[in-house]
Design a binder for this molecule. Sequence first.
Ligand SMILES: [Zn+2]
Length: 390
Amino acid sequence: MRSPPRAEAFPAHTPAASQVFITVLSHGPLTRSDIGGRAGLSAAAVTKAVRPLMEAGYLVEDEDARPSLGRPANPVRVDGGRALFIGVKITGDEIIAVLTDLCCRIRQARHLPLTARQPGAVLARAAELVHELLTEADGFGVPVHGLGVAVSGDVDRAAGVVRYSPFLEWRDVRLSELMEMTTGLPVTVDNDVRALTVAEQWFGAGVGLSDFALVTVGAGVGCGLVVHGRVVSGAHGVAGEIGHMVIDPAGPPCHCGNRGCVEAIAADRAIVAAVREATGVPVADATEAVALAHRGDRGAREVYTRAGEAIGRAIGTVANLFGPERVIISGEGLAAYDLFAEQIRDAFAASAFGTAARCDLQTRPLPFDEWARGAAATAIQSFIRAQTRH
Ligand SMILES: [Zn+2]
């Protein structure tokens, strides 16, 4: 394994200690007995884990509650300002970077358009943004403990390699090594939807849920899965690729080589192409396609109907496969949500088997800053778990 260039050791040396910290991070402030209840740990185990985290300033205790009791009953919370992190999301035409605190609250955000997609050019621009945020971080007087980078496609987090990213046309880019060299920070590289899933699990609509999915609709159609409290990466680093679930074998060709994938019907590029074909109007992008449908153009509306059916069937399959309590639907494609919400729900209900249909479908707008925040969440995750002996 690569050793990160500069990392302060986080005082959680056992899985139980990381679990205690993550429980407080997601649910805090909590009393020690609440932490034990939620994490399934004994009072002694909680006390043992909390002590070094408090000594190092990562956890703090609120003083005023019930001071007369002999044993510590005061709520404990994470001191968000104790450490900073940077998250970077790379899309096909923009880089978004955020500086967050340890509670993943965004302190600063920066955007930079991408004019070239070659790894060297993209990395130079990403490094530029990271250095700007490192300068901002100096003003807080707290060190930046890690950098997370989120990229769409097949990403091997453990190796720090982007194996294949269709929107960037990258293959086998050793992203974490390259970013570590230019920034001097420990770097975590992950698939963008998985990174957003980590943020939703710890800080968003997935808090407290053992099984949920995040489905994103936009430039691509992605899906992050949390099963038994763990974000699923799969044995080979690819999991939840609902975008390439075949809905119509005779449908339009997909960039993956198959036909009629969800992405070939419901991703932005597919929708734009289908709207042009159906209406003869040369819409330039998804925004124009949505506008045309909103003006009531029948051909454009039918394209959204088909897209909604494809997404709904894909979500139904996700529900059938692992029975999530909730599916969060997000992504830039939500701008069209009113155009296909009904079809998504109907196709979901028709394809979900039995009680799998009880799954709660929740829409949640998460702009690109939130995706960059997801990248920061993976850096926080790496930092918390770096010292853990499993
Ligand atoms: Zn495909």
